[in-house]
Design a protein around this ligand. Structure first.
Ligand code: NAD
Length: 482
């Protein structure tokens, strides 16, 4: 049974119920995750609140030393974390390496906090009057994270939060908590003062307790749109800062002048990587003009060659989806597309044996009103569509309630500029399939893909975890000695 990490100790959850943590490739039960309670949250927040004054007063250059130590420990145990990540999530080893590496880059970036949180100062804003602004930590922050990046997504938040002087409570996904438990074991080895970082395992009761607790100053959330909205509304109505990153429906536009072979294989990788379970995964490929047949022929050929299997096998190209219910939901969406009049060019639904596997599926003739064109699939399903112009492709993209990412494949600078200027999603790719901002940029979509204003990690992460204080000063000379 997973335990909580509170006030520098591993303790049992007070929750009576639990869920199985299942390897989705083998259906083996790896462990159990307790469904924690408000009582667990109260204890963790109390520990974090008690640790805050001393942690805040610890010089920032000393605070980041714990992150430097953690970085070394993460490198030394990299392969173990990768294997665990693959076991509980199902993604391939290559994908898990990316997941963990991106997480480490967050730690590395947060090590720059001595410079990142520097304030500003002006002399003589009026005669003899100076003005200075500093960024101060605020207290206890919390993050609630999804199943699809067990290593990376929690790192989007807490290294920036604690390096800037706050204390923290993390609630990882109850479906994949083991990677974070392992990482907290490493954090413990850094000698980080007790109470600075806390982990509470669980599901919605823990989430609701964090969003309403009077001592939690802010909440970072990543997950599906309905829960993102709920967390945003609950947290803000309880006076907290909230950044809530939600679901997505991502479009990829191919113009006839694109480098066709590379563009098509890049689109396929975007759609089927991590078995389609990335918030930046492409979903609908819109071919503009006369390239539709080239795109569909090549996609079907490439998708037929994808080797599915246990992610722990280095020969595997694509692992399973996370759960049986997820698999059934995706099967239902594929069926809806057929009923709505789309053509299933490649049907990946027939797989035998254990594990929640779906082979890449390719559906052509997708139009904007179809359910499959509107809902997030979160599975390896390629939807093919076409339009007669870039303008109508952009119009389609902008009609979606989601606006996480979109990509354009072209050799035309003018088309690229039009796309960057007009497409609503807040993370765009130009000849890039998964435009994930690096740790030192900020991450987050728009519309129903993001609730809040200040985005995750990079400079905006520093703004989220700190508050500005301005001091304006005038000193009158009252001595002849100085
Ligand atoms: P989810 O919404 O089911 O769960 C996310 C978190 O919310 C988990 O920690 C879970 O315990 C908690 N939760 C679930 N139901 C809840 C409820 N009713 N009340 C309160 N808390 C609840 O999401 P998921 O299935 O784990 O992750 C997949 C989703 O996350 C996809 O929609 C994907 O697009 C999205 N996602 C978005 C981004 C982004 O940057 N926008 C990144 C990764 C994943």
């Amino acid at each position: 049974m997973v335990r909580n990490y509170i006030d520098g100790r591993w303790v049992d959850s007070t929750g009576r119920e639990s869920v199985d943590i299942i390897n989705p490739a083998t259906e083996e039960v790896l462990d159990k995750c307790p469904l924690g309670t408000a009582e667990d949250v109260n204890r963790a927040v109390a520990a974090a609140q008690a640790a805050f004054p001393a942690w805040r007063q610890t010089p920032v250059i000393d605070r980041v030393q714990y992150l430097f130590k953690l970085k070394s420990l993460l490198e030394a145990t990299f392969d173990e974390i990768v294997a665990l990540n693959t076991a509980e999530h199902g993604k391939t080893l290559v994908e898990s390496r990316g997941d963990v590496r991106r997480g480490i880059q967050m730690v590395e970036t947060a090590c720059g906090m001595p410079s990142l949180m520097m304030g500003q100062c002006s002399e003589d804003v009026a005669a003899g009057i100076d003005s200075m602004s500093v960024r101060q930590p605020m207290g206890v922050f919390a993050a609630i994270t999804p199943f699809n990046f067990p290593a990376m997504v929690p790192f989007w938040f807490w290294p920036f939060a604690i390096a800037s002087g706050n204390t923290f409570v993390l609630k990882p996904s109850e479906r994949v908590p083991l990677t974070q438990v392992k990482i907290f074991g490493l954090l413990e080895k850094t000698g980080l003062p007790k109470g600075v970082m806390n982990l509470v395992a669980g599901s919605k009761d823990v989430v609701n307790a964090l969003c309403t607790h009077p001592d939690v100053k802010g909440v970072s959330f990543v997950g599906s749109t309905p829960v993102a909205k709920h967390v945003y509304q609950t947290g803000t109505s309880h006076g907290k800062r909230v950044q809530a990153l939600g679901g997505a429906k991502n479009f990829m536009v191919i113009l006839p002048d694109a480098a066709m072979d590379t563009s098509i294989s890049t689109c396929l990788e975007s759609i089927i990587g991590c078995a389609g379970q990335r918030c930046l995964a492409g979903s609908v490929i819109i071919s503009v003009g006369d390239c539709a047949k080239t795109v569909s022929d090549r996609i079907v050929r490439l998708a037929s060659d994808v080797r599915i299997g246990n992610g722990a096998d280095p020969q595997t190209h694509m692992g399973p989806v996370i759960s049986r219910s997820s698999l059934e939901r995706i099967h239902g969406l594929i069926q809806s597309a057929a009923l709505d009049g789309a053509q299933i060019l490649l049907d990946g639904r027939q797989t035998a044996g254990r594990g929640y596997f779906l082979k890449p599926t390719v559906i052509a003739g997708v139009t904007p009103k179809m359910r499959i064109a509107q809902e997030e699939i979160f599975g390896p399903v390629v939807c093919l569509a076409n339009t007669d112009s870039l303008a109508s492709a952009i119009q389609w993209i902008n009609s979606s309630p989601f606006a996480n990412t979109a990509s354009l494949f072209t050799n035309s600078g003018a088309a690229a500029r039009q796309f960057s200027y007009e497409a609503a999603p807040a993370m765009l790719g130009l000849n890039i399939g998964v435009p994930a901002p690096m740790a030192y940029y900020s991450f987050g979509g728009a519309k129903d893909s993001f609730f809040g204003d200040v985005k995750a990690h990079g400079a905006q992460g520093v703004l989220f975890f700190t508050d500005q204080k301005v001091t304006i000063s005038r000193w009158k000379k009252n001595s002849n000695i100085w």
